[in-house]
Design a protein around this ligand. Sequence first.
Ligand SMILES: Cc1cc2nc3c(=O)[nH]c(=O)nc-3n(C[C@H](O)[C@H](O)[C@H](O)COP(=O)(O)OP(=O)(O)OC[C@H]3O[C@@H](n4cnc5c(N)ncnc54)[C@H](O)[C@@H]3O)c2cc1C
Length: 454
Amino acid sequence: MTERLVVIGGDAAGMTAAARARRRRSPDELEIVAFERGPYTSYSACGIPYFVGDLVTDIDALIARTPEEHRRNGIDVHTGHEVVAVDVDRRNVRVRDVTPGGGAERDEPFDQLVVATGAVPFRPDVPGIDADGIFGVQTLADGVAVRHAIDERAPKRAVIVGGGYIGLEMAEALVRRGLEVALIDRTEQPMAATLDPDMGALVAKALRAVGVTIHMGEPVEGFDSDGGAVRAVRTGRRTLPADVVVLGTGVRPDSRLAADAGIAIGETGGVATDARMETSVEGVWAAGDCVESVDRVTGHRVVIALGTHANKQGRVAGINATGGDVLFPGVIGTAAAKICAYEVARTGVTEHHAAEAGIDVVTATIEATSRAGYFPGAEPITVKILAERPGGRIVGAQIVGEEGAGKRIDTLATAIWNRMQVDEFASVDLSYAPPFSPVWDPVLVAARKAADLL
Ligand SMILES: Cc1cc2nc3c(=O)[nH]c(=O)nc-3n(C[C@H](O)[C@H](O)[C@H](O)COP(=O)(O)OP(=O)(O)OC[C@H]3O[C@@H](n4cnc5c(N)ncnc54)[C@H](O)[C@@H]3O)c2cc1C
């Protein structure tokens, strides 16, 4: 008898699960049906800042696989369809047609279910938040709306609320489009949740260097508008004129549907799964921004919304939902972002998170150059390593620099992943040639310094 796999959410986690399941089971063995409330499938939200910044000119370029392509691959995709309830006892989902003029609801049965509903952006609950010209950047439609506002209304001044990596990438996009850009955040440094303050200060310097005015430690208190359109952003200390506002105020897991169905939710607010990505209900799997993951350094449960995790978790869910047995091994939060010429990257724990987890660390920060000092284009790079005391296990790293700085974080991520110690890492046989690095790569110099301090 043909089994039925239903997927809720048509982006990174959901469609990776569906595609993986299709590779393992033929349509005769398994029917795969996916519901996506929006118009797109398998799109790259990560590309939105580059579409707004005009590095990518065609929104379709951000779509890895259209609904038609999925259908040709044997996945029955229904865009414009929202799952509004899950009945885990009867094993069916209630689906609503949310296309214009739609509204009809029906029940769809499943044997296996993958919940991949993503994340919900925070919108500050302050007066004026609904004014025209205030944009989130979560979906492709959001990206199109921001770009349209810039193309059509020729705004002059933009304010970005939120100094996380999405806020930073949007700052670059708007600088590229010739706007005067200000960034505000309630925390004291950009990327306060993911970088230590000393490295955040370097990001602040980079933002200023590309012409962004920053106001830190200033929560937004409201928005002023004129005729319905935003005109200014108010903090406790100032009123910043704005023709356009972009919110980069973070996200939380969209676990409401799962919670309403009685599926266990973790303390973090993400759907709780085991390492096979199975939820508390047998045959119901979850993956992506809606779930919580295990931090491999601290062992704590965390929610980190990254496409890298969503793709890997979707793959695991798709394999296991079709009888496989693979594990998702956890996360260390490796991420990189670019602000014009500057690159920022991080992995593992920050000093704050290490202290919270009771990990005693020694930190080593070094300044070097991205290429041999004499080679044209050599630019400053700062590398910080956190190593556990007394053993020397590398538990975190952060890098700020210019071209070639960011991707160096991957060597340190690999070291953390494999529980390497700083003295061991300091001798790793990394490549060297003057156009790429000094003879001692900056990451090795930082590890050597940490080993010396230990
Ligand atoms: C501007 C931006 C830049 C980013 N840059 C990076 C980056 O550089 N690197 C990185 O690793 N990550 C990045 N990310 C994060 C990355 O995009 C997400 O982690 C990833 O998309 C998560 O995939 P997902 O499938 O779990 O969720 P989503 O991509 O959010 O997909 C969930 C889908 O489910 C649909 N859905 C939700 N509920 C229902 C329902 N009830 N019924 C039907 N459909 C439903 C939604 O419409 C959505 O399409 C970025 C995100 C943004 C917004």
